[in-house]
Design a protein around this ligand. Sequence first.
Ligand code: NAG
Ligand code: NAG
Length: 167
Amino acid sequence: GGGWCNDAPSCAARAGTRRGSTRLMSKLEVFSGVLSNDPARNPDFYNWNRVKLRYCDGGSFAGDSEFRNGSSVIYMRGQRIWDAIIADLLTKGLAKAEKVLLSGCSAGGLATFFHCDNLGELLGGVATVKCMSDAGFFLDVDDISGNNSIRPFFSSLVALQRELRRI
Ligand SMILES: *[C@@H]1O[C@H](CO)[C@@H](O)[C@H](O)[C@H]1NC(C)=O
Ligand SMILES: *[C@@H]1O[C@H](CO)[C@@H](O)[C@H](O)[C@H]1NC(C)=O
């Protein structure tokens, strides 16, 4: 998870934080919930190979664009980050997986929807690939204020990060 950035100022602000750069992330990550290695807490997956894809592109691993205005350059490369991580994992054993579960929450839940079919295709129909979007379904409807605020938000996100190829 970690939300999105839908304009240059919000992406520039994230770029200087852990939400915009792996350099600023903590080096160690706690594996809890479905990532836990404790069979009492995570009976179904505790002994699976578990990988956490850390998120810093601001576009649910789906954008591919650059912003330039003379004084700033911002790269939004979520799709390339996804492609690179999966290519790396395939060589490290993912290609031999029999069962794969892709999951994420919030912006990662949306990323799960975006990439589920692609992961299934990459694994060539050999592995069983399942996907669980955890609180990642953002409805295109009016919200409690009576306005549809998600539509203009996602429109600006797609316009900025552009190549949301596989939506
Ligand atoms: C370029 O964009 C950045 C990020 O939004 C902003 O801080 C800066 O003021 C902009 N520069 C110009 C020349 O518009
Ligand atoms: C709903 O959208 C309209 C038009 O953009 C705006 O004038 C109004 O203030 C918004 N209402 C709320 C509660 O955000």
